[in-house]
Write a protein that binds this ligand. Structure first.
Ligand SMILES: *[C@@H]1O[C@H](CO)[C@@H](O)[C@H](O)[C@H]1NC(C)=O
Ligand SMILES: *[C@@H]1O[C@H](CO)[C@@H](O)[C@H](O)[C@H]1NC(C)=O
Ligand SMILES: *[C@@H]1O[C@H](CO)[C@@H](O)[C@H](O)[C@H]1NC(C)=O
Ligand SMILES: *[C@@H]1O[C@H](CO)[C@@H](O)[C@H](O)[C@H]1NC(C)=O
Ligand SMILES: *[C@@H]1O[C@H](CO)[C@@H](O)[C@H](O)[C@H]1NC(C)=O
Ligand SMILES: *[C@@H]1O[C@H](CO)[C@@H](O)[C@H](O)[C@H]1NC(C)=O
Ligand SMILES: *[C@@H]1O[C@H](CO)[C@@H](O)[C@H](O)[C@H]1NC(C)=O
Ligand SMILES: *[C@@H]1O[C@H](CO)[C@@H](O)[C@H](O)[C@H]1NC(C)=O
Ligand SMILES: *[C@@H]1O[C@H](CO)[C@@H](O)[C@H](O)[C@H]1NC(C)=O
Length: 569
């Protein structure tokens, strides 16, 4: 097939140069551009077929190719042919597959879903001028380093801002990020850190899991984060292994009241496309909040859903949001090629001069050839504007899909309940984003809304998001051991060791809290002179624990009260 394309291109070249008059004169209606249309154009598809995302993506791609080829209004006369390569979840195999794909002279490649592979392949695509339309969500792939990378799903950059907005909305200040330590996980969490900082919140601890983590690694990790004071966990892992994670958390008692779990879109992807989510899995996930890429409801989407079970090569009877994006991506390629051919584009490949000196190597690198007009096709792709299954397909100047938005879901009972939406346009809302786009944007704090979530432990009470560290250390409160104004604070024989007006106020405030605050009072000073406030404040800041006076450890009531009071509010 490739041979045919090449030979045809060769003949064309000859006819354009030597026989233009004969061609025009002979047939009357032939033009040069209609001649440069090949019968078949190849595009590649790279993904792990046997994966949560791949099993939704593959049938959608095949269906879209059939639909394009059956539609006479597009690519008149030229058939679209897809060359499938299975990356098999491996960075190395994925890279080799991508190179093999390039040997087949494809004009564009769709995939991969894996950000790690996308990073490597993007270098190949840059060299060979073949646009890569990818489902990888790693924010750093949008960098200027990868001009031929075009993402046809929502950039995780926006997902991280959505999470930061939720953390802010619920009034939490510190989160623990649990992520797979690969390109996708690391780069996503790095954006989360920036997004939280803008909301004056932060990542308290980054808990990285190795890509091949065993059950016992995950166990150790969960046990260690459980000792920390933050109780808001952001889980950014991959859909193929993530579910086992929550059963571990459940067995450690971490899916109970007081905990907050926010999962990125891997979780809905896994649940939406799985036939085998049983009651036990859903039971474990009760109270989890998750994000899913938002696509507006439309008749086209409904029709696609009703077709799904009759599509070729389906592995599951349900599909996730990636199927919808994959279908649109093939149409994006088809529509762009249509314009490309109409604009006298031609599909020719040439040797890459930088790959010539591979003498003696059995890797036949000279078979990788440069798509001459790849740059032109890329420009057309970036400028496309049409309505697909996933809504309007158009790219902003940063080459992100316009209108990034997510559904905010809460797992309750046996299903996913939508408690609202997030859009870059107006933040959190209970109104679908496409309705909001018709109104002026309003991201004011008072305009942020979500329906009540049901949290782990079956409560609608918003979890506080932190606890006193579970390691038995009480809050240490330094009390000036005064000799004047003893009404305020003085040494006492009672169990707390201190008494006075300040102590009463502090104790009354503690009593208002719905949870116990373990605390000890420590006298600061020798009881012969009033201690200096400057030195007491200084010692608290320095966490002094030596016996400068005849006592142990010092903290000021004033400071510690302020620190903790600010979190109660
Ligand atoms: C392909 O198109 C370019 C520019 O439109 C033209 O210069 C070139 O000769 C064409 N090649 C063939 C084989 O038609
Ligand atoms: C001329 O154009 C007509 C209609 O587009 C088409 O049916 C016919 O095959 C063309 N003739 C040649 C020689 O390409
Ligand atoms: C994919 O990888 C798995 C394990 O890494 C291996 O068993 C399997 O044969 C591979 N499949 C293909 C098609 O390469
Ligand atoms: C390639 O190898 C052949 C024989 O192995 C040698 O004659 C030729 O000079 C080499 N060419 C380059 C560019 O190294
Ligand atoms: C290398 O690739 C070129 C172009 O596809 C082909 O003509 C050549 O036979 C290949 N060489 C080997 C050793 O496979
Ligand atoms: C894209 O298409 C939509 C609907 O067809 C239209 O409203 C919008 O103006 C178009 N945008 C551009 C930049 O052409
Ligand atoms: C997202 O929102 C920010 C701030 O409102 C804006 O600057 C940016 O252009 C938006 N991006 C998209 C893709 O809508
Ligand atoms: C944004 O929404 C809030 C609450 O609904 C409202 O009070 C405010 O006036 C709105 N701001 C704008 C600019 O529309
Ligand atoms: C402060 O000192 C106490 C007692 O030595 C110690 O347990 C604690 O870890 C210290 N805190 C910091 C932040 O260094």
């Amino acid at each position: 097939m490739e041979a045919r394309v090449k030979r045809r291109a060769f003949i064309l070249l000859v006819s354009c140069i030597w026989l233009p008059m004969a061609v025009l004169g002979g047939t009357g209606n032939a033009t040069v551009s209609s001649f440069s249309r090949p019968k078949v154009v190849n595009f590649g598809a790279l993904f792990t077929i046997n994966s949560v995302i791949g099993s939704s993506v593959m049938p959608a791609i095949l269906a879209a190719v059939d639909d394009v080829n059956a539609d006479s209004t597009i690519l008149s006369g030229t058939k679209l042919n897809v060359v499938l390569q299975d990356t098999n979840c491996s960075g190395f195999i994925g890279t080799i597959d991508a190179l093999q794909l390039m040997e087949k002279e494809v004009v564009a490649a769709v995939g991969p879903q894996s950000s790690g592979i996308a990073h490597v392949i993007s270098h190949v695509m840059n060299e060979l001028h073949v646009p890569l339309l990818s489902f990888a969500t790693d924010p750093t792939l949008s960098s200027l380093q990868y001009p031929y990378f075009l993402r046809t799903v929502t950039n995780d950059y926006f997902q991280m801002y959505a999470i930061a907005d939720m953390v802010d909305y619920y009034g939490w200040k510190e989160v623990i990020a649990i992520f797979v330590d690969d390109d996708n996980g690391r780069n996503g969490i790095s954006v989360l850190g920036d997004a939280l900082a803008k909301k004056r919140a932060k990542i308290y601890y980054k808990a990285a899991i190795s890509p091949g983590a065993t059950k016992s690694d995950i166990d150790d990790l969960l046990v260690s984060v459980n000792l920390m004071e933050a109780r808001v966990f952001i889980v950014h892992v991959n859909p193929d292994t993530g579910l086992s994670f929550f059963s571990k958390a459940k067995s450690l008692g971490m899916m109970s009241s007081g905990y907050v779990w926010i999962a990125t879109d891997w979780l809905p992807s896994a649940l939406d496309s799985s036939d085998s989510v049983n009651k036990d899995t859903m039971h474990v996930l009760q109270g989890v909040v998750a994000l899913r890429q938002h696509t507006p409801d439309s008749d086209q989407k409904k029709t696609f859903a009703s077709r799904w079970k009759n599509l070729k090569s389906i592995k599951t009877s349900r599909f996730n949001s990636y199927a919808v994006y994959a279908y649109d991506t093939v149409w994006l390629v088809a529509r762009a090629l249509d314009l490309f051919f109409k604009d006298d584009g031609n599909v020719t490949f040439n040797d890459d001069p930088s790959l010539r000196d591979t003498n003696g190597s059995s890797l036949n690198l000279s078979s990788l050839r440069v798509f001459d007009q790849g740059q032109k096709l890329l420009q057309i792709l970036v400028g496309m504007n049409f309505t697909g299954l996933s809504g309007q397909i158009q790219f902003d100047p940063q080459k992100n899909l316009i209108h990034p938005a997510y559904d905010v879901l809460n797992i309750v009972g046996t299903g996913l309940r939508t408690i609202g939406y997030w859009s870059n346009y107006s933040g959190l809302s209970v109104t679908a984003p496409e309705v909001l786009y018709t109104k002026p944007a309003n991201t004011s704090t008072s305009n942020q809304h979500l329906y009540n979530a049901i949290w782990p432990g079956e409560t609608i009470r918003r979890p506080r998001g932190w606890v006193f560290p579970n390691n038995g250390k009480p809050l240490r409160i330094a009390v000036p051991f005064r000799v004047t104004f003893e009404e305020f604070v003085k040494k006492d024989k009672g169990p707390s060791g201190v008494k006075g007006y300040c102590i009463d106020v502090f104790e009354a405030a503690i009593d208002l809290l719905a949870y116990p605050v373990p605390r000890v009072y420590i006298l600061y000073g020798d009881g012969k002179r009033n201690p200096s406030f400057n030195s007491i404040v200084y010692d608290v800041a320095q966490n002094v624990s030596t016996c400068r006076f005849n006592n142990l450890v010092f903290l000021t009531k004033v400071l510690s009260f302020n620190i903790y009071a600010s979190r109660f509010l």
